[in-house]
Design a protein around this ligand. Structure first.
Ligand SMILES: Nc1nc2c(ncn2[C@@H]2O[C@H](COP(=O)(O)OP(=O)(O)OP(=O)(O)O)[C@@H](O)[C@H]2O)c(=O)[nH]1
Ligand SMILES: [Mg+2]
Length: 302
């Protein structure tokens, strides 16, 4: 399935729900705006952002002399896509190795996403090495090793319970020595408490820089779209401790309402680098703001 099909299928329930709340609207009246706001909140877009979109919409409606609900609805999709259209950096990887640090709470899909990214990079002819810096959870190292085997990525690990920063350092050193294009570091999602998490990520980042001063080139926060507005809290915590450069939104294939992608990207001004649309190795896609907006809102019911 292409991007359009997967995300369109993934968001079909939300789209139907939005349509049902808005109902058959021809008049561009206050009731339309109210129902639109309610529909957006129901889709996990969040209260503040929904209001902001409505404000923008009212301005655009005035500026463009829009008269019908259908035209206004098309404008909503345009506004939302515009909010998400962050220009992506050029796709070449100047520094070698390009170091990607992957963070996020437990179970969101970090390790799976790393496997999928490696698969994609391999297909583009890039060499990849993993650093198993989640040394906290039993089984985490083995899980990443399996993805390394599946994708042909190099693999650097130490024993469970060892210092994750030391693993990160070793992985970057190995990537340098082997001339690898990309080094991806998995991290623990769960630690005893937030202070531990903060200290650990801070130390990992510091040690990464000792191995390679320009690294990390990307710090990707992985969030599970099905957790809804809770993801905002996660992003707050991680952005305060880890200097995020981008988001990966996973599980947009399941019961996710989908609006959280918009909420997160606008609130934290971060590009959505990838989306996860399933558990399989190929279920990773680039994010397309226009297609996303279209998939979320669909057509106004007639
Ligand atoms: N449906 C669906 N499932 C996903 C997606 N991404 C990951 N998963 C599943 O989510 C579960 C957790 O994935 P992991 O990759 O282990 O998550 P993690 O963040 O590494 O978890 P910890 O190592 O415990 O912190 C697994 O069952 C994955 O198959 C996705 O895009 N869609
Ligand atoms: Mg993991």
């Amino acid at each position: 399935m292409g991007f359009f099909d997967s995300i369109k299928t993934g968001l079909s329930k939300t789209r139907d729900q939005i349509g049902a709340i808005i109902g058959v609207s021809r008049e561009l009246d206050e009731a339309f705006y109210e129902r639109l706001e309610e529909a957006m909140i129901s889709a996990d877009i969040g209260c503040d952002l929904s209001l902001e979109i409505i404000d923008n919409l009212r301005q655009e409606v005035k500026a463009r002399s829009v008269k019908t609900a259908a035209e206004a609805y098309a404008l909503v999709k345009e506004i939302v896509a515009g909010m998400l259209s962050v220009r992506r950096d050029p796709d070449d990887f100047p520094p070698k190795p390009w170091v990607i640090l992957v963070v996020g709470v437990n179970g969101v899909g970090k390790t799976t996403t790393i496997g999928k990214i490696a698969n994609e990079m391999k297909q583009q002819g890039r060499s990849v090495i993993f650093g198993a810096a989640d040394t906290f959870r039993a089984g985490a190292i083995e899980q990443l090793r399996i993805w390394a085997d599946r994708t042909g990525a190099g693999f650097v690990a130490q024993a469970e319970g060892s210092d994750p920063a030391a693993v990160a350092f070793d992985a970057i050193e190995a990537a340098k020595a082997r001339g690898c294009d990309v080094c991806i570091l998995d991290t623990a999602g769960r630690l005893h408490n937030k202070v531990n998490l903060m200290n650990e990520l801070e130390k990992i980042t510091r040690v990464i820089k000792r191995a390679l001063p320009s690294a990390p080139n990307e710090v990707l926060l992985v969030v599970d779209a099905t957790t809804g507005q809770n993801a905002i809290r996660q992003a707050e915590v991680f952005s305060s401790i880890a200097g995020l450069t981008g988001l990966v939104i996973t599980k947009l294939d399941g019961t996710a309402k989908g609006g959280i992608a918009l909420s997160l990207a606008t609130k934290f001004r971060l590009p959505i680098r990838k989306i996860g649309v399933g558990e399989g190795i190929n279920d990773l896609q680039d994010f397309d703001a226009k297609v996303y907006s279209e998939s979320l809102f669909g057509d106004l019911p007639v």
